[in-house]
Write a protein that binds this ligand. Structure first.
Ligand code: UDX
Length: 444
């Protein structure tokens, strides 16, 4: 099979490289010429552990090519995987203009009579049928057969390759048996269970999965918020409920809230999708509200300790929405920073790899540090927004020696309370007791 992957973002690039790795011949297409040039030179435009190495080895093995020439990409392809972005419209719905562009290019350039179009982009239920209609119309019904497949992606940034090769399942939604068998062939070498469904169910599985995981996070965050008030400890509560196999231990880490390119966008899109069919998704609306409020609660707790942020020197550790990625999209850290700037704080940020992207968003509104030492030096207060290993392993006594006043507001529960108790630190975390330094002054 001649495979073309449309879009070299996270999903497209990881998919293309992984398919080449398991022996397929792949062309990756992107409209962004600069990005394609980078890729042709063997450089990954995204930070993802192991990706650049795998990319280069498959380029050397001549199994993967990159192009911004749509004709070259689609002319002879038997199977086209759509992996372009579906950003958020103002009303929260998914913007399908990039998907439509691919459909138009397929119609224009494909010389095949029969074609399989696989959608990996996260798209609302019904989009695959739209893709078929767009290709059919734009090509003046030239194709003998256009097969459509919904094949959502479940990889996480930062562990995308691991997830691709060790996924729990592959979901394939199609209404054609032969095409289902071709998809089995495509993914066979991965040795991952494949579940076959109709197209609509497959589209729904993606949204439902992300919405459920987001719900788990907002749920545990709400439990954490109550724990603080009743004197319970969220670490123990998460462990205690997670050991029930019906609940499971994952995604029960309380904190400053979820971010990234998927959960915030996909939860809103599902609320919108439900609204379109006249169903109000109350539960998911609450999940989103809880998440929006979570960073503000952290700021409120800090305010109770320092009184005001006006002219206070505040260090922010972590800008990426989670560790092992340089992605700062919808990061809770940015919410904290924006709010603290509004309240007059002087902010210094530290992130091991995302600083260059933060500069594009935050510009000169904050100062940038290349080390934790520099960021917290002489600070009145430190917020932890991302649980980078550099932060988790940072010696606690340095907060005491470097900060003006060692006050840590830990949005990721990086440190055990027992370790903090050994130091003279004021420490606020999520769902756990607040610890005050011995000579504390609390301004309410
Ligand atoms: C997510 C899904 O996991 C993945 O299946 C889907 O394909 C894309 O969206 P990703 O956004 O890369 O992946 O990151 P993930 O590891 O799921 O974390 C998302 C956010 O939730 C992060 O901000 C993380 O800090 C937060 N999170 C996660 C918590 O706050 N607590 C948890 O217990 C788990």
């Amino acid at each position: 099979m001649k495979i073309t992957v449309a879009g070299t973002g996270y999903v497209g690039l990881v998919t293309g490289v992984s398919l080449a790795e398991i022996g397929h011949q792949v062309i990756c297409f992107d409209i962004n010429e600069q990005k394609v040039k980078e890729l042709q030179a063997g450089r990954s435009p995204i930070y993802e552990p192991g990706l650049e190495e795998m990319l280069c080895s498959n380029m050397n093995g001549k199994r993967i090519y990159f192009t911004s020439n749509a004709e070259y990409a689609y002319k002879e392809a038997d199977l086209i995987i759509i992996a372009v972005g579906t950003p958020e419209n103002d009303d929260g719905s998914a913007n399908l203009s990039y998907v439509r562009l691919v459909a138009e290019d397929i119609a224009k350039y494909s010389r095949q009579e029969e074609i399989i179009i696989v959608t990996k982009s996260t798209v609302p239920v019904g989009t695959n049928e739209k893709v078929k209609k767009w290709v059919d119309e734009e090509s003046s019904k030239r194709f003998k057969k256009i097969h459509i497949v919904s094949n959502p992606e479940f990889l996480r940034e930062g562990s995308a390759l691991y997830d691709t090769f060790n996924g729990d399942r592959i979901v394939v939604g199609t209404d054609c048996k032969e095409v289902a068998m071709k998809m089995d062939e495509l993914y066979g070498p991965l040795n991952i269970p494949i579940i076959h469904t109709d197209i609509e169910s497959s589209e729904m599985i993606k949204y439902a999965s992300n919405a459920f995981l987001a719900t788990k996070i907002s749920f545990i965050n709400e439990i954490a918020n109550i724990c603080e008030k009743v004197g319970a400890n969220i670490d123990d509560v998460s462990r205690g409920i997670g050991m029930d196999q019906r609940i499971g231990p994952k995604f029960l880490q309380a904190g400053v809230g979820y971010g990234g390119s998927c959960f915030p966008k996909d939860t809103k899109a599902l609320v919108q999708l439900a609204g379109d069919v006249h169903h109000r998704f109350h539960l998911l609306e609450a999940v989103i509200n809880v998440n929006n409020n979570q960073p503000l609660l952290l700021i409120q707790k800090a305010r109770e300790i320092v009184g005001t942020f006006e002219h206070k020197k505040v260090a922010i550790l972590g800008i990426a929405f989670k560790p092992n990625t340089d992605d700062i999209r919808e990061s809770a850290s940015l919410v904290l920073i924006k709010e603290l700037i509004n309240e007059g704080a002087i902010i210094t940020v530290y992130d091991p790899i995302a600083t260059y992207l933060a500069k594009q968003v935050l510009g000169e509104n904050v100062l940038y540090s290349s080390s934790i030492d520099d960021a917290i030096n002489d600070a009145d207060i430190t917020f932890i927004a991302t649980e980078w290993k550099q932060v988790v392993n940072y010696p606690l006594n340095k907060y005491v020696s470097l900060m003006k006043d060692p006050i840590i507001i830990d949005g990721r529960n990086c440190y055990p309370l027992a370790s903090i108790r050994k130091e003279n630190i004021t420490y606020v975390s999520v769902g756990r007791e607040t610890l005050y330094r011995e000579d504390k002054i609390v301004i309410k």
